[in-house]
Write a protein that binds this ligand. Structure first.
Ligand SMILES: Nc1nc2c(ncn2[C@@H]2O[C@H](COP(=O)(O)OP(=O)(O)OP(=O)(O)O)[C@@H](O)[C@H]2O)c(=O)[nH]1
Ligand SMILES: [Mg+2]
Length: 426
């Protein structure tokens, strides 16, 4: 890691201010060449930035000597005027200095990870935070960057270690006469408790629920008002509405955020039991698939039996004077006037409430879930082994899997994949 990296860390020009960061062993020397003399560490100072004797800009300059910096290395920030020409000129002035290269995407965060300033779970959460589009996603990601998951995984790691210590101790004394004094029952109950704790973690809702959005599927017969209701819930004309039965032939998906939670609304073709039109029948098939995969099904039928026990019966087109009286258990709505929509949303939120990841930052993503599952498998295998050596081996496998969650056992390929999500300058 000999290079010193430079990049614009703020949004693309033109902007009011451009923050250019420089990190690495040559950061102070390169910055000095451009902004002599540098201000004291961690104090902002206004400096003239020069390249080949020419004034480029006057910029607020900050120096953070390593290892007490965001990257763990010497880090310098220039807050320059955010026009394209100024930003380019400052970058070029720094790139002209020995040992300075352009940062790759996620380059600064990667150094923070390698220098122990962040753990892998925090880096993942940081990526989520940058990508967050709804409040719930951002709240979850902020907690993740605080390292809460790390602490929870560390606690599990300690329990594995304690069990492993028992086994290693027994192994050390296995040749001696009292080697048999090893308490197998105590180990069994320790591993059993550990397995249950991991199982509890695995059962929690996953972070991805917030990334992909909860699926709400609208279904019912042709002309029930599904597309009209979808448009009303989405707040825009996403689906075509017409008095002709069979208007919607395929699934239409719209992403919306409501009360900070992401949803994907799916409009479906009206359900008919038979039709001469093969395309209509394919649409019906797709509608049934969508209902099967949905988190919430809105059933726009007054009397037809619910397609799923947890489907919500919705009495649509409530504003129509010619409409038959809706059944008592249905939520009355009108996509046309907006009546009943907030009530319907409340029912939807109540239905998914139990599937929201806990807001304590302890929810797992898919990668973490898979690794924790591997750790569980190893603990189960350890319980079933008789041979001390094999038990020790399984516990090592469990520890390795847990290490990978926080990146204590990071591999390059995994890091490359992770940092591919970041932008340059982060
Ligand atoms: N007054 C009133 N008319 C509605 C309402 N919802 C739908 N309609 C009318 O009912 C007809 C069918 O509405 P759509 O939303 O296209 O119904 P759909 O269930 O999507 O129909 P298909 O796509 O054919 O299955 C249209 O003429 C709409 O204008 C409503 O809430 N109030
Ligand atoms: Mg429709």
């Amino acid at each position: 890691m000999g290079d010193t990296i430079v990049a614009l860390s703020s949004g693309p020009p033109p902007a009011a201010i451009g923050v250019i960061r420089l990190s690495g062993p040559q950061a102070i020397a390169a910055a000095t060449a451009v902004a002599f003399p540098l201000p004291e560490p961690r104090r902002a100072g206004l400096r003239a930035l020069r390249h080949d004797g020419r004034l480029i800009d006057r910029a607020l300059t900050l120096v953070f000597p390593g290892p007490d910096s965001a990257t763990g290395e010497d880090l310098v920030e220039f807050h320059v005027h955010g026009g394209l020409a100024v930003v380019r000129a400052v970058e070029n002035a720094l790139l002209a200095q020995p040992g300075v290269v352009r940062a790759e995407p996620g380059g600064f965060t990667r150094r923070a990870l390698l220098n122990g300033r962040l753990d892998l779970a925090q880096v993942e959460a940081l990526g989520d935070l940058l990508a967050a589009q709804t409040d719930a996603q951002a709240r979850m990601a902020v907690l993740g960057t605080e390292g809460l998951l790390r602490r929870n995984i560390d606690a599990l790691q300690r329990e594995v270690l304690m069990a492993a210590a028992d086994v290693e101790l027994a192994l050390d004394f296995a040749d001696e006469d009292d080697g048999g004094a090893f308490d197998r029952d105590a180990l069994q109950s320790r591993l059993h408790a550990l397995e249950n704790r991991i199982r509890g973690w695995l059962a929690r809702p996953r972070v991805e629920m917030l990334n992909r959005g909860f699926r709400i599927v609208l279904a019912g017969r042709p002309n029930a008002g599904k597309s009209t209701l979808l448009n009303a819930l989405a707040g825009r004309d996403a689906a075509i509405v017409s008095p002709i039965a069979g208007t919607t032939r395929d699934r239409i998906e719209v992403s919306v955020a409501h009360r900070g939670i992401p949803f994907v609304l799916t409009d479906t073709a009206g359900l008919v039991s038979a039709s001469d039109d093969p395309i209509e029948m394919i649409g019906v098939e797709r509608a049934r698939d969508a209902m099967a995969q949905a988190d919430v099904v809105l059933w726009l039928e007054d009397s037809a039996p619910l397609p799923r026990a947890d489907a919500v019966r919705v009495a649509a087109q409530l504003d129509r004077p010619d409409r038959p009286a809706p059944p008592a258990e249905a939520v009355g709505v009108s996509g046309l006037t907006g009546e009943g929509l907030e009530c319907l949303w409340s029912i939807v939120h109540a239905q998914i409430a139990g599937r929201l990841p806990p807001e304590d930052g302890s929810a797992l993503n898919e990668r973490q879930h898979a690794l924790l599952n591997r750790a569980r498998g190893a603990v189960v295998a350890a319980r079933q082994e008789q041979e001390l050596l094999l038990i020790a081996e399984q516990l090592r496998a469990a520890r390795y899997a847990l290490d990978q969650i926080t990146g204590a056992a990071g591999t390059e390929a995994m890091l490359d994949q992770l940092f591919g999500r970041f932008c340059i300058g982060k």
